[in-house]
Design a protein around this ligand. Structure first.
Ligand SMILES: C[S@@+](CC[C@H](N)C(=O)[O-])C[C@H]1O[C@@H](n2cnc3c(N)ncnc32)[C@H](O)[C@@H]1O
Ligand code: SF4
Length: 391
């Protein structure tokens, strides 16, 4: 029996996302909205604007989850981190929220900062470790060593965190299956409460993608990626972790509620530069650049750059695109009822093709990826997304 709570697709409540866009280095593979800025005046301006945006946008509801992500929230110095939690606390009951996650990087998480986060209401830390091999960390431009990652993990425990997740990446060019197995073993030795294991992707616009185009790096053989992916699932299952999504494994800490909320199409409010929000079928996205976003908010203007009302067909497509990645899959009838659309009929042809190929399986109105389909989750999801664009 699965331990993953299957939340009702409707009436999920609202989550809050807070984007902290600063990093110590810009990692070569990363296309997230993050910048190397160590000018404290910019950090202050960011916090000033965040206070304005939160006051304007958060409607005093109790969030079902809060996620402080980035970027690198743990990069803020202790005083500014305290201010971040003080301003959040003015509008949001963090102590009463079931899950408040903060992303933390090994190079900047200290015991003092972990305590500030804990006292501020964070009850879950997500630590970006990525690899325990020095040459891979160098290749990825990471600002920390493997030893520092272990020390930061210990700091988190010492500060009282009983729910700590670790992010790892596999498929780093030149990486061997033995190295990846060693990374998993070293992560498991820390006894994390949740693990995210991502297959490295070459995102357009990144240094890694440019290196690929110039022929300076090459991706590993597909067969090796496949072995690493399947090996991860087997090894983590044996260690008692439940694969509740393509890249996510729940240990004692259970699944990440915040991500589950996204995958189930719950409403969320995103604050901070580039953050997007979704409320009752309307999606808006904030100005991306820190200065432009802060300037707008501090001048009394909206921080959002765009807003679109999603057509019901688009919402259905996105529900399948996001939901199919979960181990439970999606319930076509439930999505149909929620959106008042004949969803099963809309996707009938493409689902039949995927069934024929052995990528998905159906049990009544529930559709989920097969073992083979898990390896092609991006491809399957993008086929569903395309239906919404066409209809
Ligand atoms: C945007 S990062 C933020 C977390 C934190 N700043 C860090 O560096 O660990 C969230 C996670 O996404 C994953 N990630 C980012 N870019 C990726 C890529 N191109 N391929 C695979 N995983 C990626 C990494 O595992 C990372 O920990
Ligand atoms: S992976 Fe994390 S630390 Fe690296 S640039 Fe992206 S957000 Fe910053």
């Amino acid at each position: 029996m699965t331990r993953t709570p299957v939340l009702a697709a409707a009436g999920l409540g609202t989550s809050l996302y807070v984007h902290v866009p600063f990093c110590v280095v810009k990692c070569g593979y990363c296309d997230f909205n993050s910048y190397v800025v160590d000018d404290r005046a910019v950090h202050d301006r960011f916090l000033d604007a965040l206070a304005v945006e939160l006051g304007r946008r958060w409607r005093g509801d109790a969030p079902v989850s809060v996620f402080l992500g980035g970027g690198t929230p743990s990069l803020l110095d202790p005083g500014r981190l305290r201010r971040l939690f003080a301003l959040l606390g003015e509008h949001v009951d963090l102590a009463g929220c079931p899950e408040v996650t903060m992303e933390a990087n090994p190079e900047s998480l200290t015991h003092e900062k972990a305590c500030i986060a804990r006292d501020g209401g964070v009850n879950r830390l997500s630590m970006g470790v990525q690899s325990f091999h020095a040459h891979h960390l160098r290749f990825l431009d990471r600002a920390h060593s493997a030893d520092r990652a272990e020390a930061a993990f210990a700091e988190a425990r010492r500060a009282g965190f009983d729910n700590v997740s670790i992010d790892l990446m596999f498929g780093i060019p030149g990486e061997t299956a033995a190295e990846w197995r060693a990374d998993l073993a070293r992560a498991l030795a820390l006894q994390p409460d949740h693990l995210s294991c991502y297959n490295l992707t070459f995102e357009p616009g990144t240094r890694l993608h440019r290196d690929l185009q110039r022929g300076e790096v090459a991706p590993n053989e597909q067969e090796l990626d496949r072995d690493m992916f399947l090996g991860t699932r087997a090894l983590l299952a044996a260690a008692g972790f439940e694969a509740y999504e393509v890249s996510n494994f729940a240990g004692r800490g259970g699944p990440c509620r915040h991500n589950d909320h996204y995958w189930l199409q719950g409403d969320y409010t995103g604050i901070g530069p580039g953050a997007s929000s979704h409320r009752a079928g309307v999606r808006s996205t904030n100005l991306k650049a820190v200065e432009a976003w802060a300037e707008a908010l501090l001048a009394g203007l909206p921080g959002a750059a765009s807003a679109e009302t999603l057509r019901p067909a688009q919402r259905a497509s996105e529900a399948l695109w996001l939901g199919i990645r979960r181990t439970d899959g999606v319930d076509l009838d439930r999505i149909g009822e929620r959106l008042s659309l004949p969803v099963a009929a809309m996707f009938d042809a493409v689902v039949a093709e995927h069934q024929q190929a052995g990528w998905v399986e159906r049990a009544g109105s529930r559709l989920r990826l097969t073992g083979e389909g898990l390896l092609l989750a991006d491809r399957v999801g993008s086929d569903y997304l395309a239906i919404g664009v066409r209809s």
